[in-house]
Design a protein around this ligand. Structure first.
Ligand code: ZN
Length: 307
């Protein structure tokens, strides 16, 4: 079993997590929450999305949130689904975008209300925009890469086709997302190895939801296949408002526990991360944080694993 020496965890709780709550977290609390996440050592944080406030009212304060976290030592990432969102994100000062596109037709339509080809054309325009702005980077997140709530199984050939489509635009960072938790470790292995074989210039990250309990097993398989960029949400908050049955992302606490116990460095302090989740829980009473490690508490420190 070979594992990477270190990984980058992309914290998506402030976006993927908060967008699925009934309550809207006030901007000042979002800023405080992101500050606590940053204080735990997380450096890549998807802080919000620039999408229609009608579709996602929980994140209608995207620009204000970004303004509030300007001084944090993090790389703020914003999710966008079209050119307008990208322009708004740039105007707010964001330089790292995560463009979402579903591999399956029906999920894509229900998520962003346009065809995949229309979205790809917008992504091409965003890439043009990115070239004019120093330090601006765009990652493509391919949703439903391991299964679709409407269409079921998604062929690996279709995943490869869309990785190829975004690669043609010059994008080198792709996240394969299991939006509703249909993936299993063997499928994860097959998809990741097929991507690596076909597109060696693409760095694949993964985004797993724990809908059916295999999220952490899938993350482990991802790392065994060489993945070093993994999305997770503190507390295990999350879901997808446009994907029936979706539940939370894999919990950042659980992923860090998995990594650190196996000597895969994350740079994140688990106890401090739990403080961020505790803050969220105290601010939004009744919100369920399913993270096992958050509930049980961080483990006692131990020495290196010996043979
Ligand atoms: Zn997600």
């Amino acid at each position: 079993m070979s594992l990477p020496a270190s990984v980058t965890i992309v914290e998506v709780g402030p976006r993927d997590g908060l967008q699925n709550l009934r309550q809207v977290l006030p901007t000042a609390d979002k800023v405080r929450y992101i500050g606590l996440l940053a204080a735990s050592g997380l450096t890549a944080i998807e802080v919000t999305s620039f999408v229609s406030p009608k579709a996602v009212p929980q994140l209608a304060d995207a620009a204000e949130t970004v303004a509030g976290i300007r001084d944090l030592p993090i790389t703020p990432i914003a999710l966008v689904a079209n050119l307008k969102g990208a322009r708004n994100a740039v105007a707010a000062g964001v330089r790292r975008l995560n463009f979402v596109l579903s591999v399956s037709t029906s999920h894509h339509r229900s998520n962003v209300n346009r065809t995949r080809e229309e979205s790809l054309a917008e992504l091409a325009e965003i890439v043009d925009l990115a070239e004019k702005i120093p330090g601006f980077r765009v990652r493509a997140s391919l949703a439903t890469a391991f299964g679709c709530p409407f269409e079921g199984q998604v062929p690996i050939a279709e995943v490869l086709r869309w990785v190829g489509a975004v690669a043609t635009l010059g994008i080198t960072e792709v996240t394969l997302a299991d939006t509703v938790g249909f993936g299993n470790p063997e499928l994860v292995r097959q998809v990741l190895l097929a991507c690596r074989d076909r597109f060696p210039g693409i760095t694949c990250g993964v985004h797993f939801h724990d809908t059916r309990g295999l999220g952490i097993a899938n993350a482990l398989m991802g790392m065994q296949c060489g993945v070093t960029v993994l999305d997770a949400a503190a507390g295990g908050l999350g879901g997808c408002p446009f994907a029936p049955g979706a539940t939370g992302n894999i919990a950042t606490e659980d992923l860090i526990f998995l990594c650190e116990e196996m000597d895969v460095k994350t740079g994140v302090d688990l106890a401090r991360l739990c403080e961020a989740s505790r803050f969220l829980q105290s601010t939004l009473p009744g919100v369920d944080l399913p993270s096992r490690v958050f509930r049980a508490g961080p483990p006692k420190p131990r020495g290196p694993i010996s043979e």
